[in-house]
Structures are given as structure tokens and as C-alpha cells.
Ligand binder design. Structure first.
Ligand code: PRP
Length: 181
């Protein structure tokens, strides 16, 4: 699905820009791991495309796991408290864990997931977020690896949705008046 199929979408980062940045992030993660193994924990559903690309950009011995959360409240992204829908499948005690997220917004989700992972006593815990919206932060969460720092716009594509749509756009786009799109 291409962004130009939708009138209200404006490309923020093209697929080429994303691919270049993901390659850089993968190289940095590879350097930092210094030959150690990695457990990549994707946060469903939005992180799926980013995890798939980042995993192939790291040159390390990596395994995958997935968690799923949802936020309560008024029904929009990033509102209210966090509920766990799917826990880790494998124990991460003593392992290097990289939580992979499409977007770090209020930080509520990653605050919750960080505590969840830390309770299993990993060797290390880091966060990779493709997008960071620091202006919206409610919890003091920082990602070690950030793709792009963005303003407070509603973004879709490359995993990010509006009402479950647009996740399969290859580019990250700003959506204007999403209800009319
Ligand atoms: C989105 C996004 C992050 C979270 C970020 O997930 O994928 O997980 O919100 O927001 P926060 O920093 O304010 O917590 P969402 O709950 O919409 O689920 P999804 O990944 O299935 O779209």
C-alpha cells in the first residue's frame, strides 16, 4: 500500500531513509554487544516491521520473543494505564534483552515492559525505538537506540496504525484529519 493512495498522508520518512537509519542502528547494536548474544523482544503489533528489519541489520546471535500490551482510557494511543495481553515466552534471566518498539510516546508502555523484563533479572536491558516523541513523555523512559526524534504529530505506517489501518505503508507518514481518510 502506497502513501499516495491516501489524500491525507504526508511522508515524514521514506522507506530509503528508514532503511538507512535501521542499518546504522543495527551496526551500533552489533558494536555494543561485542560478540554477546541478544534476545530481541518485539512489542506487538506496531513493532513487527521494525523488528523484522532491525533483526537482519544486527550481526549477532539473536533470538526473538514478543510481548503485547494495550492501554486503557479514552481509546486513543497512549492513554491511561497499561494492560499485559501477552507475556514473554522464554526466560530472559542472565540474557541481553533489547526491547524493540515502533514509537516511544508517553513512555507508559515501555515503563511497564521495562519493569516486566527487569523482574526476570536479565544481564542487560536496552530499548530500541524507531521513533521518539519526547514532547509527550509522562514517564522518565529513554531509549538507548533511537531512529528519529519527531514532533507531536500523529504518525502512521511502517507498523504504526490509526484504528488498525496503515500498518503496511512502507513509509512513515503524518496523517491529517484521520477520521476523514
Ligand atoms: C503504541 C506503540 C507503542 C505505544 C507507545 O502501541 O506501538 O507500543 O503505543 O505509546 P506510549 O509510549 O505512550 O505508551 P498501541 O498500544 O497503540 O498498540 P499497537 O502497537 O498494537 O498499535
Amino acid at each position: 500500500m502506497a502513501a499516495d493512495m491516501h489524500q491525507n498522508l504526508e511522508i515524514l520518512y521514506t522507506r530509503q531513509q528508514i532503511a538507512e537509519r535501521v542499518a546504522e542502528m543495527g551496526a551500533q547494536i552489533t558494536r555494543d554487544l561485542n560478540g554477546e548474544k541478544l534476545v530481541m523482544v518485539g512489542v506487538l503489533k506496531g513493532a513487527a516491521p521494525f523488528l523484522a528489519d532491525l533483526a537482519r541489520a544486527v550481526n549477532v546471535d539473536a533470538t526473538f520473543d514478543f510481548v503485547a500490551t494495550s492501554s486503557y482510557g479514552c481509546g486513543q494511543r497512549s492513554s491511561g494505564a497499561v494492560k499485559l495481553i501477552k507475556d514473554l515466552d522464554e526466560p530472559v534471566e542472565g540474557k541481553n534483552v533489547l526491547v524493540v518498539e515502533d514509537i516511544l510516546d508517553t513512555g507508559l508502555t515501555l515503563n511497564y515492559i521495562s519493569k516486566l523484563v527487569m523482574a526476570h533479572q536479565p544481564r542487560s536491558l536496552s530499548i530500541a525505538a524507531l521513533l521518539d516523541k519526547p514532547s509527550r513523555r509522562k514517564m522518565p523512559i529513554q531509549a538507548r537506540y533511537i531512529g528519529f526524534t519527531i514532533p507531536d504529530a500523529y504518525v502512521v505506517g511502517y507498523g504504526l496504525d490509526y484504528a488498525e489501518r496503515y500498518r503496511n505503508l512502507p513509509d512513515v507518514c503524518v496523517i491529517e484529519n484521520p477520521e476523514t481518510n
